[in-house]
Design a protein around this ligand. Sequence first.
Ligand SMILES: *[C@@H]1O[C@H](CO)[C@@H](O)[C@H](O)[C@H]1NC(C)=O
Ligand SMILES: *[C@@H]1O[C@H](CO)[C@@H](O)[C@H](O)[C@H]1NC(C)=O
Length: 612
Amino acid sequence: MAPPWPAPRLLLLRRLAAARAISGRAYPPPSAPTSTPEAFHAHLASLAAPSRAGHPATLPSLLAALARARAARLPLLPATRALAASALLRHGRLPDALAHFSLLPDSAAPPAPLCNSLLAALASSGSLAAARKVFGRMLASAAELDTVGFGVFAKSVGRRDGLDEVLRLVDAVHHQGDSINKSVVAAMVVDGLCRERRIEDAWRALEDMRLRGWKPDFVAYRIVSEGFRLSERAEEEGRILKQKRKLGVAPRKEDHREVLLALVSGRQISDAKEMAEAIVLGDFPIDDDVLNLLVCSVSEVDADAAIMFCKFMIGKERFPSIQMIVQLCEGLCKNGKGDEMWEMFRVLLDKGYCTSERDYHLVVSFLGKAGKVREAYDVIKELKRKKLDPGISSYNSLMVALCRNDLLRPAKKLWDEMFTSGCSPNLQTYNILITKFAEIGESEQVQQLFDHMVLKGVAPDSTTYTSVITMLCQENKYEQAEEIFNKSVAQDPKLASSVLTVFVIALCKQGGFKAAVGVMSSLPSNIESFNSHVILLKCLTDVEEIEMASEHIKWLRRYCSSAFQNIMNELMASLSTSASLQPVRKLVCYLHSQGLVNEVGPWMKLIEDDYA
Ligand SMILES: *[C@@H]1O[C@H](CO)[C@@H](O)[C@H](O)[C@H]1NC(C)=O
Ligand SMILES: *[C@@H]1O[C@H](CO)[C@@H](O)[C@H](O)[C@H]1NC(C)=O
């Protein structure tokens, strides 16, 4: 069992923290003005500005501001509650949004856009009881319902409670004017009913809604006839198709477009997906930009649906946007759908989608990412057959994929092929291979590659150096490691300084303390080494190599006198995270005997405890 937290250490930490705060290291905590409700409202409004909506810090700062207001017991204005609810809802915090909404006093009429978004969000998340309350409040305050709010709500109610409940809602809003597109809502409702296999209800809905003035359009009729077709009831299917021609209204691309865009921007992704499915499967018109947008948002939640939309688009001889391909493929990679990805790319390639090196690189890199290395290689071959240059980035993508899948023989073959086809490996290629070979301990290969790149005039970077040096240290080849490090010194002092840190850590990890001290004491003066000295001394202390640490401290005092005090201060700060106090005490005693620690410093407490 671990010993209890030693009291002197706690004290030490507190003092250190205090010392750091004085030296200006701590950042001031974020603050929200809580002097008056008006000032707070203005502050919250600036945090919730639409321009900040996509920023990752927005939600945390909103929550922090609201927490401060709560802590200060600041009474919030109704407008502030509404603002908070809208902003939280936009960030997907439905329960928090609802909490603020419910605190709105009855006298305050909540803004209609907030009500509609909340209604849709609650309904589609299955919280129908809460949705009904919001609906009731909207009717009471005459807040205008819109297509998304009422449509998603009515559809959810239909799915769970059947058509009669929907008709009750429809009757309750009969007085509502233009902001609900009743035809679109009818399509949403019958779609929901069919998805729950309430097919009779769906059929009845066509008639009952039409009689109430909610004229179903062709999309709605098609959904219901399709439902009957799937249940192999050809007779009803035919009857509905006849009714469609006689009673239905032609769908307007614009209306569905608007609702789809509103659903996506209100994050009602699965409702958007279901509506788009009805449109696409029925082969109704839909714009490319809507499809692109849909695929982007649906990819995360439903890769199959996203692929279906994409194929629909390709089937119409139209090409998806680059952004859509990127988002879709990321979703497919995440869901392990490499086969589907390849199938889609195959069609795109056959239709001539790729025209530039960049397009091909996109294809090759995603195939590689999905582990479809053979297919990725086929694409490169195809390119070469077409006398196109695959370009270094495609080769590198494939190389990464081969290494990731431990296909080293094909990787070497690809390497050779790059030379024969006149595409010289670049720094990235070398790094991919060096990192991989270093990781599996193929030191000879690593050395060869390193020498090769130097020979070819490709300058190594910090990834190269640190991979090689770490590997050599693991094999206890300290001198060779130092040789490589010396090369980085000759190449670029700044680079060498960052490599040095990794080098020292690697040496200490292997127990090569002497070698580490040796390296640190023979550095040229132009190498920034502050951190590395601190790291070395901390390692030495932690493993109780107090003598070696003391010697190095003496050396530092003599040869690095200008940086000496700063190094010691940083060392003390970093020692406060040591796992064991004993070595720290020893070091402090030594430093004290040498007159190297300040009498009034927090460290004295440690020694006093020692003597006590
Ligand atoms: C609602 O949508 C339908 C079908 O798409 C369309 O025919 C109708 O004109 C729209 N009505 C309004 C008020 O926008
Ligand atoms: C690396 O360089 C240092 C200082 O320039 C030198 O003392 C040391 O011997 C060199 N090490 C190797 C292994 O070449």
